[in-house]
Design a protein around this ligand. Structure first.
Ligand SMILES: [Mg+2]
Length: 408
């Protein structure tokens, strides 16, 4: 039904190119999985603090998935014991002992099947699985010579607005941080609360006074308030024109979230309450939140994040990109989702595409374009990032000590 006019001589060059891509893709067997523990400190002035504790350094794991045709996919497991119960030592042991034996020899492009295989050999461990899964997406993009966002359906936005985080510090330090961010051109802030209600109020008041009325400000209690405290705090904080209130109460109190939401003029965001697709379904069906905080590490990968975004879409609510302060590779994975998924509504609730800004190093040859008010997705094939071997060696961590970090 197509005339020759519709498809002129281009077919002569297009078809072989597509054919090459397909051939490359179907022969891509996983030959080796490499994982490297790193420990990257936060910049001293940007160390952060939440109701879970202080975040001073990031003992994460960089993943390289090699294929028999010479391609290498990059991943990053931003494991944090106080967040998901995962450690870098445990992550490396699980990859070497369970994941690699299950995946070596498999076709790297079969991401759905390989994710199911990972879930069969070890339960939970979402940040470790996400590190592997994003490397598979990186490989798929490199094999097809397109950015990952193109594999996800293409870009629906050119850039993603971001917000910077003011930790749960005293008023003086919180204001100094807010001033620094605003002077840099940041256009949205998130203030950590939760450890002490009276100090929380004073911190939010001080940051609002410093920012003026135009800057949107969200808060994140990281489960730090009781149900009663949260009800009181949301009423008291309303005068500061709060964009959203993230995880005001503990995960165990999910049954109290719908009433809290109904009685609050501030939109409620679920973060710690949404790790799995099932969690997202429970939150959505019980009308417990207006917004779901999502990111690949927490959910076990890019595909699981898409599934949760679709639950939000079906429920008539939106998602916001969260973070546990990733380095460059995992932030790139977030950016590909951020530009490709309509339900991850950074225009309404700016995302946490910010991890590298807080760290001494991002481990990338070319830094991502992050901030001051928005972030751009890298345009190269796959995740579009290259590992900096010099930085990797500098921050490589061969110790066998458990290191404690908190979540953001
Ligand atoms: Mg949070």
């Amino acid at each position: 039904m197509f005339s020759e006019k519709t498809f002129p001589d281009h077919s002569a060059c297009v078809v072989p190119l597509l054919f090459q891509r397909v051939v490359k893709t179907v022969n891509m067997k996983i030959s080796r999985i490499e994982c490297i523990s790193v420990n990257v400190p936060l910049k001293p002035e940007l160390r952060t603090k939440t109701a879970h504790g202080e975040h001073v350094t990031s003992p994460y794991v960089i993943v390289r998935v090699h294929t028999d045709d010479g391609l290498c996919g990059l991943g990053e497991a931003t494991v944090a014991p106080r967040w998901s119960g995962e450690t870098s030592i445990g992550c490396v042991a699980a990859i070497n002992g369970l994941i690699a034996p299950a995946l070596i020899g498999e076709d790297a492009t079969q991401i759905t099947r390989l994710t199911a295989k990972m879930n069969r050999v070890i339960k939970l461990n979402p940040f470790m699985k996400s590190g592997i899964e994003m490397a598979l997406w990186d490989l798929a993009g490199k094999a097809a010579d397109v950015p990952v966002y193109q594999l996800l359906g293409g870009r629906v936005r050119d850039s993603v607005p971001i917000k910077m985080v003011v930790g749960a510090f005293d008023v003086e330090r919180s204001v100094a941080l807010a001033e620094r961010f605003l002077n840099d051109g940041v256009r949205c802030l998130k203030v950590k609360v939760g450890p002490n209600p009276e100090e929380d109020i004073e911190r939010v008041r001080a940051v609002r006074n410093c920012a003026g009325p135009e800057i949107p400000i969200g808060i994140d209690a990281n489960c730090g308030w009781s149900v009663t405290q949260a009800g009181q705090m949301l009423r008291r904080l309303a005068e500061f024109d709060i964009l959203f209130a993230e995880q005001p109460i503990p995960v165990e109190n999910l049954a109290d979230m719908p009433a809290l939401r109904r009685n609050s003029s501030i939109p409620i965001m679920a973060d710690e309450s949404v790790f799995t697709v099932h969690d997202a379904w429970q939150v959505a069906r019980s009308h417990a939140a207006d917004i779901l905080s999502v990111y690949p590490g927490k959910h076990g990968g890019i595909q699981a994040t898409l599934e949760i975004a679709n639950i939000a879409k079906a429920a008539g609510i939106v998602c916001s990109m969260g973070s546990n302060l990733e380095l460059g590779i995992a932030t790139a994975a977030m950016l590909h989702l951020g530009v490709a998924v309509p339900a991850i509504a950074s225009e309404l609730y700016p995302g946490d595409f910010i991890g590298p800004l807080y760290h001494e190093a991002d481990l990338l040859k070319k830094p991502l374009t992050l901030g001051p008010s928005a972030a751009l997705v890298p345009d190269g094939p796959g995740l579009g990032v290259e590992l900096d071997e010099v930085q990797l060696e500098r921050y490589r961590d061969n110790s066998t000590d458990f290191r404690a970090v908190s979540a953001s």
